[in-house]
Design a protein around this ligand. Structure first.
Ligand code: PEP
Ligand code: CO
Length: 454
């Protein structure tokens, strides 16, 4: 079934954003070099196809209508230096584990979307940062500059746009192999439990589920059901997404679909605008308004009900279920008061959005030693508030959006293993915000499954 597409705004073109104010864009030192890179990217193959993006819109449409749940997860910022096949595999393992916990625990289909294969650019609150005695231009993600604490490293370099594209290509290639080539087969479920997870309480809880699934599969096979023929047991659909921040990059990868004539940003299946770039009259909303991918917008504590309804009109005037996801990130303390009025306003205007909770970005603080961190308990508290608000209003809590890694890092505080502030330095490797480690992520999935069940 084809998804109806919104009517194109008369003046929209892949570069119409250029006539609007574009927040958070790097000051590239060499315009000619930028133009050359833009032309190069424009000639390179798309990472994803329009048909895949339409498929994701339909899957998200199910979540908008209360029939599915979305798990969007991955790094805060992918890194050029921390890049390996094992790292990608381990991240995928955790996401697959979380999805199984949610599907098995709550009995709803889970749409799996990675913050991966393109999540290389970061908006910054301040244009500069202090490192020791130095005041440096802020690190803006490896698509733009380098995080080394040296002035030279912080100069934006357009060649990084091509490097980000190339790393996205190889990441996506591996993800496609893993998810379609046997690794995501439900018969492999025990292999997703990594050693440092398997030995933990959460890991053992996961093994119990895996055992239950094994038994169910054996039972079905014994009943004569041909499981080999069931593709859904052997492959998963795994989608890619990132913040559409650097518009030169996104524009260069935007292509017209030969089937429908519509424009798609082929850098990822789904794109979102961040809390700092969601201005209605800004360049980022202009860009997202004309591409036909499913799109999202972060919604922070400053957003009023009118703002959010206007955002829906701007990004999904056709009211297509699955076209627009609103990712709320208020902080544990603000969610109860802030979210219900927005849910009511959007519903009364008839906008079919996917409501997703990002319990990470409103709960960040700097610990005494200077590390940015988040408390696991705050993350869970915001999630509980999110579910409470939806129960109160009668809307569907459509998904969660989290920053995680498969690695055994010490970046977020708490969790079953009780990471404390003094341990943050032990394994703090994120290129930007603090991520949940594999055990904390699994723990969170069990918590969300419980919330979904109730
Ligand atoms: C992010 O998702 O990494 C981010 C910067 O979020 P926000 O725009 O919500 O601050
Ligand atoms: Co982040």
């Amino acid at each position: 079934m084809a998804v109806a597409t919104p009517p194109p705004t008369a003046a929209w073109t892949p570069d119409s954003w250029r006539s609007k104010r574009a927040a958070q864009q790097p000051r590239w030192p060499d315009e000619r070099e930028l133009k050359r890179v833009h032309a190069q990217l424009n000639g390179l193959p798309p990472l994803v196809f329009a048909g895949e993006a339409r498929h994701l819109t339909r899957a998200l449409g199910e979540a908008a209508q209360g029939k599915a749940f979305v798990l969007q997860a991955g790094d805060c910022a992918e890194s050029f230096t921390e890049f390996s096949a094992d790292g990608i595999r381990d991240k995928l393992k955790v996401i697959l584990q979380m999805a199984v916990v949610l599907t098995y625990g709550a009995g709803v289909p889970v749409v799996k979307v990675g913050r991966i294969a393109g999540q290389f650019a970061k908006p910054r609150t301040s244009p500069t940062e202090q490192v020791g005695d130095l005041v440096l231009d802020s690190f803006r993600g490896h698509m733009v500059n380098d995080d080394l604490p040296e002035p030279g490293a912080r100069v934006p370099d357009p060649a990084r746009l091509v490097a980000a594209y190339q790393q996205s290509v190889s990441t996506l290639n591996l993800l496609r192999a893993f998810t379609k080539g046997g690794f995501a087969d439900l018969s492999q479920i025990h292999a997703w439990n990594q050693e440092f997870v398997a030995s933990s309480t959460e890991g053992r809880r996961f093994d119990d589920i895996a055992e239950g699934i094994d038994r169910a599969l054996r039972f079905m096979a014994a009943c004569g059901i041909n499981l080999t023929a069931e593709d859904t047991l052997h492959q998963v659909n795994f989608w890619t997404s990132h913040e559409a921040l650097i518009l030169d990059y996104e524009e260069a990868l935007t292509r017209r679909d030969s089937l429908t004539g519509d424009w798609y940003d082929c850098s990822a299946h789904m794109l979102w605008v961040g809390e700092r770039t969601r201005q209605l009259d800004g360049a980022h909303c202009e860009f997202l308004s004309g591409i036909h991918n499913p799109v999202g917008s972060k919604v922070g504590p400053s957003a009023t009900a009118d703002d959010v309804v206007a955002l829906c009109e701007r990004l999904n005037p056709g009211r297509i279920p699955g076209r627009l996801t609103l990712i709320t990130r208020f902080g544990a303390a603000a969610v109860d008061a802030t979210l219900p009025p927005l849910l009511r306003a959007v519903r009364s205007e008839g906008h079919p959005v996917v409501w997703m909770c990002d319990p990470m970005h409103g709960n960040t603080f700097t610990a005494e030693g200077g590390r940015k961190t988040r408390r696991f308990d705050d993350i869970i508290a915001e999630l509980k508030g999110f579910f409470r608000a939806h129960r109160e209003v009668g809307t569907w809590p459509g998904g969660v959006h989290v920053e995680l890694t498969g690695d055994d890092v010490t970046e977020c505080l708490g969790g079953v293993e009780e990471i404390v502030e003094g341990q943050l330095d032990q394994r703090y490797t994120t290129a930007c915000d603090p991520r949940l480690n594999g055990r904390q992520a699994l723990d969170l999935a069990f918590g969300v499954a419980e919330l979904l069940r109730s």
